[in-house]
Design a binder for this molecule. Structure first.
Ligand SMILES: [Zn+2]
Length: 415
C-alpha cells in the first residue's frame, strides 16, 4: 500500500513540475482544434496542361475515389492543385523581345479542362490554385534566349515537353531558380502574377480559389500578403515554409514548424499534409501511409494525404500500381476508423476559420453539416498523443518517471 502511495505522490509531483515548466506549450497544444469527425483530404498537386492521356488517367482516379464513401455518404474528393498554364515556347522564341508567353489550360489542353469541369460538377474534384505556372516565367524566357542547356529538350520538342522534366530549382514559381541561390520575385511581380492567377482561376472554374499551395513549397510573407489581397485565406503546407534554395540547391526554411490551424502574418490559416502517398518516389506506399493516417486519427487531427499527379500520369504499370495502392489505403482507413468525413482543402480551412458553419463546396453548391469537434476532457487523450508524437524529451521524462504508465492507460481506454 505504502509503495503505491509513494508512486502516486512521485507522479503527481513530477506532473506538477512538468506542468509548471511546460505550461505555455501545454496551453497552446490544448487550445488547438481537435476533431470528433475526422476530416480526410486527398491533396494532389500539379494537375493542369499536359498530354491528352492525363484526362483519361484523371477520370480513372476519380472513378476510384467515387467508390469510397464517408459517414455522411459523401464520396472521396480530390483537391486538385491546379497549374493554370505552361510556357508557349514557340511564341517565346519567335518574340524579338523574348518576353514570356503562356498557354492557358483551357486553350492548350481542352480535353483535360473539360474532364475537370465535369468532375467538379459531379463533386469528386475540387480545384485549388497551385500557380499560374510551375516555373518562373522571366527566368524561363531568359534561359530560352540563352539557349541554355537545361532547357534544350524544351526547345527541341516544345509540343511534347513537360515542365516536370525541368531541373528541380527551375520548377519554383515565386522564386527565380535560373541561378542559385534562388532569388525571390519582387512584390510588384508577385502582385501581377497573383492577380492574373486568381482572375484566370475564377474564369476557368467559376469561383475564386479560397486556398492555395505554392509550387515546390517555396513562398514568403510577401506572397502571403498578395494572396490575402486576392481572397486566399487558407495555405496548404508540408508543415514548414521555405523561402529559397541556397547555392547548392538545398531548401532554406524560414518557418521550421507549422501546425494545422496556425495563422500566417496575414491571418491565413495553415493546413499540414501529414500522410505521404507518393509511391512512384519509392519512399512510401499504402502501408506506410496507413500508419501515418492512424497516427493522425489518434491525435484527432485531419488525415491529409499528399499524392502528386506524376504517380498517375507516367507508365501504365506505375499508374495501375499507384491507383491500386490508393484504393487499398482508402479501404483500410474506411474499414478501421469511424466518423470519417471527406473534405477538400478550402472546406477544411473554412472549418478552422469559423465555428459551426456548414461545409460548402462552392464549385457545385453542395452542402454538408459542419465537422464536429472534441471539447473538454474528451480532448485529453488526443492532447496527450500530440505531446507524445511531437516532443521526444517529454516522452523520455515520462519513461524515466514512470508517468508513461498512467498516461498510456488513459489513452488506451479512451476513444
Ligand atoms: Zn507542384
Amino acid at each position: 500500500m505504502m509503495i503505491y502511495l509513494f508512486m502516486c505522490s512521485a507522479w503527481l509531483l513530477t506532473l506538477a513540475v512538468v506542468c509548471a515548466w511546460k505550461y505555455p506549450l501545454f496551453k497552446r497544444t490544448w487550445q488547438e482544434l481537435y476533431f470528433a469527425d475526422t476530416p480526410v483530404l486527398i491533396e494532389s498537386d500539379d494537375w493542369g496542361p499536359g498530354e491528352e492521356l492525363h484526362a483519361q488517367r484523371l477520370l480513372e482516379l476519380l472513378a476510384c475515389l467515387e467508390t469510397h464513401k464517408d459517414s455522411v455518404a459523401r464520396s472521396a474528393v480530390l483537391t486538385a492543385d491546379i497549374v493554370l498554364s505552361v510556357p508557349d515556347i514557340e511564341k517565346i522564341m519567335a518574340d524579338p523581345a523574348k518576353a514570356y508567353h503562356r498557354k492557358v489550360l483551357n486553350e492548350g489542353s481542352p480535353g483535360i479542362y473539360q474532364a475537370m469541369l465535369r468532375s467538379i460538377k459531379q463533386g469528386v474534384l475540387v480545384p485549388q490554385l497551385h500557380g499560374l505556372e510551375h516555373l518562373n516565367g522571366q527566368g524561363f524566357a531568359k534561359l530560352c534566349q540563352q539557349h541554355d542547356s537545361r532547357i534544350m529538350t524544351a526547345l527541341a520538342l516544345p509540343q511534347q515537353w513537360d515542365w516536370e522534366s525541368l531541373d528541380s530549382p527551375l520548377q519554383g514559381h515565386y522564386v527565380d531558380g535560373s541561378c542559385l541561390p534562388t532569388q525571390a520575385i519582387s512584390s510588384e511581380q508577385a502582385q501581377t502574377l497573383i492577380a492574373l492567377a486568381t482572375q484566370t482561376f475564377t474564369e476557368l472554374f467559376g469561383f475564386a480559389s479560397f486556398s492555395t499551395v505554392a509550387p515546390c513549397y517555396l513562398w514568403n510573407s510577401t506572397i502571403e500578403q498578395h494572396w490575402k489581397n486576392h481572397g486566399i485565406s487558407v495555405i496548404q503546407t508540408a508543415g514548414y515554409r521555405c523561402d529559397a534554395r541556397d547555392k547548392h540547391g538545398a531548401y532554406h526554411q524560414d518557418r521550421y514548424l507549422l501546425r494545422a490551424g496556425d495563422l500566417s502574418e496575414s491571418a491565413q490559416v495553415y493546413l499540414v499534409r501529414n500522410v505521404m502517398y507518393e509511391p512512384v518516389d519509392g519512399n512510401n506506399n499504402a502501408k506506410t501511409a496507413y500508419q501515418e493516417a492512424l497516427r493522425a486519427y489518434a491525435q484527432a487531427l485531419p488525415i491529409s494525404i499528399s499524392t502528386h499527379r506524376y504517380n498517375y500520369t507516367r507508365s501504365e504499370d506505375e499508374f495501375v500500381s499507384s491507383l491500386q495502392g490508393l484504393d487499398q489505403l482508402l479501404t483500410a482507413i474506411g474499414s478501421s476508423l469511424s466518423r470519417l468525413r471527406f473534405v477538400s482543402s478550402p472546406e477544411l480551412g473554412q472549418q478552422y476559420l469559423m465555428d459551426d458553419t456548414d461545409i460548402v463546396n462552392n464549385f457545385n453548391g453542395r452542402q454538408w453539416m459542419p465537422l464536429k469537434r472534441l471539447s473538454g476532457l474528451k480532448k485529453l487523450a488526443p492532447f496527450l498523443r500530440r505531446l507524445y508524437y511531437r516532443h521526444p524529451k517529454l516522452v523520455l521524462l515520462a519513461y524515466i518517471s514512470g508517468l508513461i504508465l498512467p498516461v498510456s492507460l488513459l489513452c488506451r481506454y479512451s476513444r
